[in-house]
Design a protein around this ligand. Sequence first.
Ligand SMILES: *Cc1c(COP(=O)(O)O)cnc(C)c1O
Length: 359
Amino acid sequence: MLLLNPGPVTLSPRVRAALARPDLCHREPEFFALQDEVRKRLLAVHDLDPSTWTAVLLTGSATAGVEAMIATLVPRTGRVLVIENGVYGERLSEICDRNGIDSVRVTVEWGLRLPIDEVAQRLRDRPGITHVAVVHHETTTGRLNDLEVLSAICRARGVGLLVDAVSSFGAEAIPFDGIAACASTAHKCLHGAPGIAFVIARRAALDATDAARSLYLDLKAYARLQDKQSTPFTPAVHVLHALREALHEHADEGGRAARMSLYLRRATIVETGMARVCDIRPLLPAVESSVVLRAYRLPRKVSYEFLHDGLKARGFVIYAAQGALRRILFRIAVMGDLPDADLERLVLATSEVVRVAKA
Ligand SMILES: *Cc1c(COP(=O)(O)O)cnc(C)c1O
């Protein structure tokens, strides 16, 4: 079965084998060597300077990283402007609400561009805003939100930009110059197993916060202990072994830019194939979409359920859209161990299922 959902991904044999490495106590030097190496390699993925940046590991799904980032890096007196153009943007607001963080929202319909002018105006009108929170690749629709202009605005106003880079870190370019921190996970573009999240934060941003709203998601505590070869709780040791292997594999294959090219090639095979054999069209133009995942319009008279079940019977797991989009879209992610030949097979399988549906 090949996974075309936006994480977890189909693991390569070498990453899967790393899950079965010998058991390791998390209070032994061997574990700390593993932890140090993974933290160092995570910064290297985006060429970040370790004297400015730190990579902090948490055990949990991606959302644990996003919540730890927001709940720790926004100081007690902070106020966040959240930009929403999909499910994960809305989740950022919910994280603020649940953690008692003062926040305001700028919302546009799912799938639309970031309303940059409105954001700039809000930042001018509301001087109390200390942070902006945004999703980089909004997996709801595949839209790659443009962070270049946004990060420049934040930097000019001295506002910290907090980024959900869960489904872009390791593949898409991220303009780190203008951001305070981003959160991501082992099990998307890095091709690790699910269970480890991480936050890449400016050391200065961690130093500047006084907030510890959560015991388990206290990013400062993780950072402090991980910096002195310790850890507050029992980490997912096996998943960390797999992440180390995945980071080696990522580097061996040419690093971040090579992974982006790989995804672009795969996404193009799927997109041109879908258009050719069954006239299935993408929701967004390619230049506005991530290379990681694209949303496609369901053909007329074909329900998502019928397409999903037909493709699953042929060995492919595709992904539903969320909310009202479920009736009109489906999504294909191209992360993981995924040979081109299988994507050609996916295109043919899709045309078969569509033909059956319309017969
Ligand atoms: C997948 C995803 C998440 C959440 O991931 P979990 O691992 O389920 O917590 C958050 N944000 C974005 C943009 C994602 O794609």
